[in-house]
Ligand binder design. Structure first.
Ligand code: HEC
Ligand code: HEC
Length: 221
């Protein structure tokens, strides 16, 4: 009798072990808290452009942890994310940031807009508007705007609507916490038309540093 049940248990363990081994690597690494996040940010961490849920996959770990703290303390004013971030312990914040930073971003860029706005978006992203004191986005966000180091998140893979909303949030004071107020300064100098143009151009860029030149709105260069 005894022998039978321990054999049974062994069998159960072996089956469970097999299931765990069969699970994709990203599952195995997902902390339990991520179960809630998936509803909006997706199992792949790429968010949902239409619903306004941003990409988290592959953003810098420190940046992600900072943002969760900003939502919790109100530096970043968003009712949904405040509710998500406030109950998290510091250890949970670290676990979630580590997990999402390691997920590989995936998916296709939005279609490239056409016309004068697209050319203006490209100009701002790659060269800036020095008359207005706006530096090129790629100076801080890296070549291809794919992100640099632990403070500068990639902008590619985010929807135009999300990028636009963030710049407006810095302008109206509902988003802060950015190191040295760098983005606040940039945002204040941008007109609404410029914000929209650059957001649409960025959303149309590929996720990884292009082997071929960046998707271009204008044929020149
Ligand atoms: C009900 C939907 C929803 C759920 C669930 C949710 N989020 Fe969010 N999340 C959002 C929205 C909306 C934003 C954009 C907020 C804004 O506009 O500032 C966001 C933004 C973020 C950002 C900022 C991203 C960036 O690029 O700056 C992080 C980090 C984040 N969420 C992490 C999480 C984590 C971790 C969880 C799970 C504990 C979670 N979210 C659960 C809707 C959600
Ligand atoms: C002087 C450096 C600098 C320049 C130039 C700059 N940024 Fe940023 N940007 C930052 C920093 C730093 C952050 C991260 C803020 C934080 O940690 O809260 C950021 C964050 C952002 C975010 C938020 C991303 C997210 O996932 O929520 C957007 C959108 C953004 N920048 C757009 C732009 C655009 C568009 C331009 C060009 C017009 C630009 N930035 C130029 C420094 C810069």
């Amino acid at each position: 009798m005894r022998q039978y049940s321990s054999k049974h248990r062994l069998l159960a363990w072996a089956t469970l072990g097999g299931l765990l081994l069969a699970a994709p690597a990203s599952w195995a690494a997902a902390p339990p808290e991520a179960a809630t996040c998936i509803a909006c940010h997706g199992a792949d961490g790429m968010g949902n452009a239409a619903a306004g849920y941003p990409r988290l996959a592959g953003l810098p770990e420190k940046y992600l942890a900072d943002q969760l703290r900003y939502f919790a303390d109100g530096a970043r004013n968003n009712a949904i994310m405040a509710g998500m971030a406030k109950p998290l312990t510091p250890a949970q914040v670290t676990a979630l940031a580590t997990y999402y930073a390691k997920l590989k971003p995936s998916g296709k860029p939005a279609p490239m807009p056409t016309g004068a706005a697209a050319a203006e978006g490209e100009r701002l992203a790659l060269r800036g508007d020095w008359d207005k004191g706006i530096p090129a986005c790629i100076r801080c966000h890296g070549p291809g705007a794919v992100g640099v180091g632990e403070n500068f998140p990639g902008l590619v893979g985010q929807s135009a609507a999300y990028i636009e909303a963030q710049i407006k949030a810095w302008k109206d004071g509902s988003r802060s916490g950015d190191p040295l107020g760098l983005m606040h300064t940039v945002a204040l100098r941008m007109t609404d038309a410029q914000t929209q143009a650059v957001a649409q151009w960025l959303a149309a860029q590929p996720l990884s540093p292009a082997k071929s030149p960046a998707n271009s709105a204008s044929a020149k260069h």
